[in-house]
Design a binder for this molecule. Structure first.
Ligand code: MRU
Length: 364
């Protein structure tokens, strides 16, 4: 049963608090943009597509009580709210992608009334949610073809329903394989420092009735050496035009191990996770987070409080280590640069969106 991660409810943004899982299933009704910014920053809402949705709903939240009558004025307010929300987390491109889409819509309609723009933005946010639900199900169907009955699969971090509107990218593939009657076993990396694998992936997989085994991150190599992993499926937060993929820190380790042990390594991500303005993974901005996330576990310090810490939240897996990328359109194999080239012919709307989405526009 899919988890509904985030949606609009009674004039507020309702989301499941992922920091409380797996012990408590708690929903938060968020009524202001500052609080939503904090929810994204602190990972109450997390996962690339889910924070894109949070951004879109956040724009609606930020302008819904605006007294502006003119479309131009409201459009400027949209820019301000979107610019602020974009600062919450830098790596997952889905956030800036969704915010850019909302800003572009407001600008295009700024000659009309503010009331009309408000309606259009609300509709657009709902469309982004609906598209994500559809994309996840399509990726699930494409990806499930890569899974055989009896496969043992390793996953890292959480690319499940919690990281999207409701179904998941990499985990969506596993849910679909199970639905098709394939018997699969899944190993979930715990994913230090914030344990998304242990807290969220294990919870989601078990809820779906999938045979789940939790491992510490440093146990994956030994499982692979014993030939106990057949395939690896992970999500992504931003994919460069050449197919280099940023995902949760530790994904790169898994990909290197997979190459050594000749195990297929699949990335599952919607096209909204691609950033065609970025040529290689070297240019993907990597978020560095507070050192206390490494010094402590669940609020309890496990290291000297003043020890220096290095805490990048993501790493980049070079395209050469990726066997295939599963998108809602199809499964792509190398060279991944064809994905950028085979996009539909640019429309007036997509050109505008791309311009707004360029690194220069993003930094405004
Ligand atoms: O820091 P997080 O928990 O937001 O990181 C999330 C990940 O790295 C996920 O694997 C990624 O967003 C895949 S999304 C379906």
């Amino acid at each position: 049963m899919p988890v509904e991660t985030i949606r609009w409810k009674n004039g507020k943004v309702r989301y499941i608090d992922q920091t409380a899982l797996p012990h408590k299933v708690k929903f938060i009704d968020c009524g202001n943009v500052k609080r939503l910014w904090r929810a994204i920053k602190t990972l109450e809402v997390r996962g690339a597509p889910a924070i894109g949705i949070a951004g879109a709903l956040g724009v609606v939240l930020g302008i819904k009580d605006s007294k502006s009558v003119s479309g131009k004025k409201l459009s400027r307010e949209v820019d301000k709210v979107a610019g602020y929300l974009a600062t919450s987390r830098p790596t997952a491109v889905n956030l800036s992608w969704a915010l850019t889409r909302m800003r572009a819509l407001a600008r295009e309609n700024s000659s009309g009334s503010a009331a009309r723009i408000k309606k259009l933005l609300f509709k657009e946010a709902r469309k982004i949610i609906a598209e994500d639900k559809e994309a996840c199900r399509r990726m699930a169907r494409h990806g499930a073809r890569l899974i055989k009955d009896g496969d043992a699969i390793l996953t890292h971090c959480n690319a499940g329903g919690l990281a999207t509107a409701d179904y998941g990218t990499a985990l969506g593939v596993l849910f679909e394989a199970k639905k098709q009657g394939k018997r699969i076993r899944v190993y979930a990396d715990e994913t230090r420092p914030l344990l998304q694998g242990a807290r969220l992936t294990a919870w989601e997989l078990m809820r779906a009735g999938i045979d789940t085994t939790l491992i510490c991150d440093n146990m994956a190599a030994s499982l692979m050496a014993k030939r106990r992993i057949d395939k690896i499926f992970v999500g992504a937060d931003r994919i460069a035009a050449n197919g280099d993929a940023a995902n949760k820190i530790g994904t790169y380790n898994v990909a290197v191990l997979a190459k050594y042990h000749r195990i297929p390594f699949y990335v599952v991500a919607p096209l909204s996770t691609f950033d065609f303005n970025i040529v290689t993974g070297k240019d993907i901005p990597i978020e560095e987070r507070d050192g206390d996330e490494v010094r402590s576990i669940g609020g309890k310090f496990i290291a000297p409080k003043r020890v220096k810490v290095y805490n990048p939240a993501f790493d980049v897996t070079p395209n050469g280590l990726i066997t295939a990328i599963v998108t809602e359109k199809r499964v792509y194999r190398k060279p991944y640069s064809v994905i950028a080239r085979r996009r539909e012919a640019p429309t007036k709307q997509s050109i505008k969106t791309r311009l707004l989405h360029s690194p220069a526009a993003r930094s405004q």
